[in-house]
Design a binder for this molecule. Sequence first.
Ligand code: PLP
Ligand code: COI
Length: 357
Amino acid sequence: MDIRINKSKELKKKPQDESKLGFGKIFTDHMFVVEYDEGEGWHDARIQPLENFSLHPASSVFHYGQEIFEGAKAYRREDGEIQVFRLMDNCERMVNSAIRSSMPALDPEFQYEAILKLINLDRDWVPHSEGTSLYLRPTMISSTPALGAHSAHNFIYFVICSPSGSYYPNGMKPIRIRIEPFYARSVKGGMGRAKAGGNYAASFKATKEAQDAGFEQVLWLDGVYKKYVQEVGAMNIMFVIDGVIVTPELGDTILPGITRASVLQLAADLGYELEERSISVDEIFEAHAAGRLSESFGTGTAAVISPVGEYSYQDKSIVLNNNEIGPVAQRFYDLLIGIQFGTVEDRFGWTNVVPRS
Ligand code: PLP
Ligand code: COI
């Protein structure tokens, strides 16, 4: 399928002060769009000026939330070239999310090609300052204007780009996390493995309650026993116990994070001992009491590596590593950021330069 390019006649002013970018608030000049109609398949792929959609109010995305998305980043290197990090993994995960959400798959190679073309056109929007990047948001929505509660027949896949800084307002400062004792984000057989908008909608009430109580995020527990840790709102989670990196095993209920996979591969390469297994809240508190839990940190595209300074569960709370960034979190942050920005050798073939064409 060809990709038509319709350039914007009027380019917007780029942000002057990159220290004020925040996360996902400013958008570039262009977007990629491709449409799907049952019987016809994907068609009308184009890069066009970023603009509002016009959708019928009965469109299924508004009623049944049939929507999935991805999150990736493009980075400006010191030599001025722009590169992406493991973008093909995002495109493949989008296909897995589509299958779970009864939506049509869009060929990952085609997604990849379209995203690189879009970044190339908007390359001047990739910010220059340390810790900033161009956040990429591939999304698929259902657009059939009919109220029957079943899978839609029409879909729109689009990609928007946002020059962004740190996901958390305080950057790498360790965050306070409440372990959620009541609400569940996902259960076995559910949607937790898909990057579906509904998973996030389901998490906002608990997150708001935690934030009102002074925490930044919640750590979800399994939906059945309310005992085993799963992941944080926008990150996978890792613990360092007796020097071993321990993280919940993948399954139906958590997102298979690309940053998680990268940290595990880097850790194995560096000779760390790794365990992907069930971890109970009791184990975390007991390990802390015995002085065996030295650090914990979240991993994610938006958040990169985010150290945890405190866990609170019901009436108990523990402070980790004196509320300071731990050496393991710092090491993986430096390595990942170095590979992503091209200052550390990419021995795993995770990065690709965006061609100028
Ligand atoms: N878990 C959730 C719920 C997320 O939203 C994210 C962010 O994308 C992650 C984990 C981390 O995934 P990744 O490292 O692929 O960004
Ligand atoms: C990402 O890290 O890319 C995410 O998708 C997190 C997002 C929910 C803000």
